[in-house]
Design a protein around this ligand. Structure first.
Ligand code: ADP
Ligand code: ZN
Ligand code: ZN
Length: 758
């Protein structure tokens, strides 16, 4: 089979297409075409398919002069203003395996409403492009082991007396459990019929799969020993299955949350259902996957990953495996919330406070919130886990919307690391405080590992004139250019503009230009000078451009080939290295000075997370936090591991200023090439919004220049709205903005529950 046509029913042939599970009633279907951002179009359902098409069905329709595929999202009222007239018919239906589950269509509609986004844009986000396309990628037959096969078991069972069949299975086993069938036939010399016979007996599975995915079935992990949950963990597990409420599982790093997830997953799988696990960073997936494989060994063949670095082929296969119910545990990043799970029984959101769950483009959904929505809609259990729950979730737990469950201690009773706060102002310009230097030295001497975090890439964040103080700015954005040593260039982190280092100050002509501040490249250099014998590895967006570089670095770290791992927040989270006993954070207060009401929360989380990297096995970890504001309460509370103290104080602060979670926020951004026009449009819209939003008791703030006023030559204005009735506010906003035409290249975006306020 070279390529399969996904569609049936192009011509009036007799063969009826297989339909979705639920019969629909409509005569007119509302269809979102796959390639169209905003459009929802009506089509007649041909007589012969009536009552059989369902919401979510993938159909083929003509749009303008083209034939495109699309998805049925709703039924339209008949007769309303003579609508049947002139409507075209649906011309084809795809096999039901390509249909979108109805719950995802419903979710898309909910997202479109709540997050003020066009339904078409949401649908394109819900469906991977390669699945939405009319023809999937090139398909070939693949053969995969169904059970983990070992020679002895087979002998004992006496199931396979045929040497050919045994040869076939050994071949597959050697290949890691799966192969393309034409290669299998060629290389093993086992004929096609034999493979088919094995399939009939249930030893292997043969199916069409996309190219570019050669690795399934390869089991990297190892079988883990069974664990027995302790009393706290058992109570947590019970809570997960007790009520219909989401559980907020609050436990310090190393308290055994992951073991609770695994037990919950096991239960759900044993009940014949499936489980979805969201993890924040894609980079974590290899480590996390190995962990799930170990713990859920008997289910390892039902495991699938989902993240944004997958090839089209991999994505296509994964989607179909999930849809068919072959993959029943899905571990993935943010977009895995749209996985077409069969009989969803459990959703886990690990590190629920992580900002990477928020999609920073349209639709600006938050995967944790969608998890709660989806859990409710599909009656699946929901667990949100974190050592430092977001204030939103904490507040929801206090209000009884979630059930709070706490794991109080690190498993095995290990002590939390000792956190030292060091005053960066006293280092006389040195990047590393003498105390941290000594600690690093001693750690390496003991043969242990160090992690150093500096949340800024590049060499130096600014090039500054010593005479007049002028900083070299990006010509297209209102931010300073960063100096990158390797490229010997000044680089803008917003628009990627690059330029040579200027010989003299553009303002005063002075040649005394100084690189001020530090990024990871400068830290790497400084560390190299301090510890010339140490093996150092840098991890940031620049050093990790190559595919697989991150995993490579992690493996080197695991294998003990690295003494000091330094980098941006990429290394702060979720990673587990038992040999790390010393962690340093440089410029820990950097994020505190952002114009963002979540600044303190971020700093607290970052310090706590990174501290959690230290001392995870039998040794006591030490953490050094260098900061210019050593007495800031977020830093002091993090030092004492006092999350409760922190949230109480922070909630009070938010209440005083009427910020989330006490209210909901909506951020409207206007951007345009001409500053005055952009501001003028923002002001006009603001006037109209003021009228409309009176009903929701909302007064939008006057438009103000965004903190980063110019990005890529576009000027930006913000309107910040606080509201208690977010859905109604969103509805009014949609109403006002959708009828609007935007002059002069001005664009307007709406972000509900925004995280990025810059
Ligand atoms: P968290 O997810 O909260 O960071 P983990 O689940 O990773 O914590 O647990 C920390 C360590 O303790 C892991 O090595 C884990 O295997 C171990 N552990 C947790 N619970 C148990 C248990 N009930 N029995 C044995 N080991 C456990
Ligand atoms: Zn100057
Ligand atoms: Zn720029």
């Amino acid at each position: 089979m070279k390529e399969t046509d996904l569609f049936v029913g192009w011509e009036e042939d007799d063969e009826r297409p297989r339909m979705g599970e639920r019969g629909g009633m409509g005569r007119i279907a509302r269809v979102v075409p796959e390639s169209h951002v905003d459009g929802v179009f009506d089509y007649l359902v041909p007589e012969r398919w009536r009552g059989e098409l369902t919401i979510g069905a993938k159909v083929r329709v003509s749009l303008g002069r083209r034939m495109v595929c699309g998805y049925i999202v709703d039924w339209a009222e008949e007769g309303a203003c003579g609508r049947r007239e002139g409507l075209k018919e649906i011309s084809g239906i795809a096999d039901s395996v390509y249909h979108l589950p109805a719950v995802l269509v419903e979710m898309a509609q909910w997202i479109a409403e709540y997050y003020c986004a066009p339904l078409g844009a949401v649908m394109r986000c819900v469906l991977p492009q390669v699945v939405a396309n009319e023809r999937g990628p090139l398909l070939r037959l693949r053969v995969e082991l169904v059970r983990c096969w070992d020679a002895e078991a087979v002998e004992r069972e006496g199931a396979l007396r045929s040497p050919q069949q045994r040869a076939a299975l050994s071949f597959l086993k050697e290949r890691g459990g799966a192969a393309w069938i034409h290669e299998a036939i060629e290389q093993s010399g086992v004929r096609r019929e034999v493979w088919r016979r094995l399939e009939k007996k249930g030893w292997v599975r043969i199916f069409a799969a996309a190219k570019g995915r050669e690795t399934w079935g390869q089991v990297e992990g190892i079988r883990g020993d069974g664990v027995e949950l302790n009393a706290e963990q058992r109570a947590a597990l019970q809570a997960v299955f007790a009520e219909g409420k989401p559980v907020l599982l609050w436990g310090v790093t190393g308290s055994g949350k992951t073991e609770v997830y695994c037990e919950a997953i096991r239960r759900v799988l044993e009940a014949g259902q499936s489980a979805l696990v969201l993890v924040p960073e894609v980079g974590l997936t290899p480590q996390i996957m190995a962990r799930f494989q170990q713990r859920l060994w008997e289910w390892r063949e039902s495991l699938a990953v989902w993240h944004s670095y997958m090839s089209d082929g991999e994505r296509y296969d994964a989607w179909l495996r999930i849809k068919r119910g072959i993959a029943r545990i899905v571990v993935g990043a943010r977009s895995a919330i749209f996985a077409p799970m069969k009989d969803l029984g459990l959703i886990v959101v690990d590190e629920e406070h992580e900002q990477s769950y928020k999609n920073e483009e349209c639709p600006n959904y938050h995967a944790r919130d969608l998890a709660v929505w989806r859990g409710k809609r599909e009656r699946a259990r929901v667990v949100l886990g974190s050592a430092t729950p977001s204030l939103e979730s904490w507040y929801n737990a206090q209000r009884g919307k979630y059930r709070l469950v706490e794991l109080k201690k690190r498993f095995g009773g290990q002590a939390l690391p000792v956190v030292h706060v060091l005053d960066q102002r006293r280092t006389k310009g040195a990047l590393i405080h003498p105390m941290l230097k000594t600690a690093v030295e001693e750690t390496i001497k003991r043969g242990e590992q160090v992690i150093l975090l500096l949340n800024r890439r590049g060499y130096a964040p600014v090039l500054q004139c010593e005479d007049c103080g002028e900083v070299v700015m990006c010509p297209h954005c209102s931010v300073a250019l960063n100096y990158h040593r390797a490229r010997e260039k000044l680089v803008c982190h917003l628009c990627d503009h690059q330029e040579e280092r200027p010989p003299a100050c553009r303002a005063c002509g002075s040649v005394k230009l100084r690189l001020a501040g530090a990024g990871t490249q400068r830290l790497e250099e400084a560390i190299g000078n301090l510890f010339p014998a140490a093996r150092i590895r840098r991890v940031d967006a620049d050093s990790m451009r190559r595919k697989g570089a991150f995993q490579h670095a992690l493996r080197a770290m695991e294998g003990g080939e690295v003494d000091i791992l330094l980098g941006t927040q990429m290394i702060a989270k979720g990673l587990h290295f038992p040999q790390v006993s010393c962690v340093g954070v440089i410029h820990a207060d950097q994020a505190l000075h952002m114009p963002d009401f979540r600044a303190a929360e971020r700093v607290f989380q970052l310090i706590t997370q990174v501290a959690g990297r230290s001392g995870r096995s039998d040794r006591l970890g030490e953490v050094y936090v260098q900061t210019n504001t050593p007495y800031h309460s977020a830093i002091q509370l993090a030092r004492h591991h006092d999350y409760r103290g922190f949230v109480e104080e922070e909630l009070e602060f938010r209440r005083a200023l009427n910020y989330p979670p006490w209210t909901r926020a909506v951020l409207i951004t206007f951007s345009g090439p001409v500053e005055e026009k952009t501001r003028w449009v923002a002001e006009q819209i603001n006037l109209r919004l003021r009228e409309r939003l009176v009903k929701c008791a909302v007064v939008p703030e006057a438009p103000s220049p965004a903190p980063i006023h110019k990005v890529k030559d576009r000027y930006r204005y913000h309107i910040f709205i606080k509201t208690q009735q977010v859905r109604q506010t969103a509805r009014e906003l949609r109403d006002v903005l959708s009828g609007q035409t935007w002059p002069d290249g001005i664009r307007c975006t709406v972000d509900v529950d925004p995280y990025d306020l810059l």
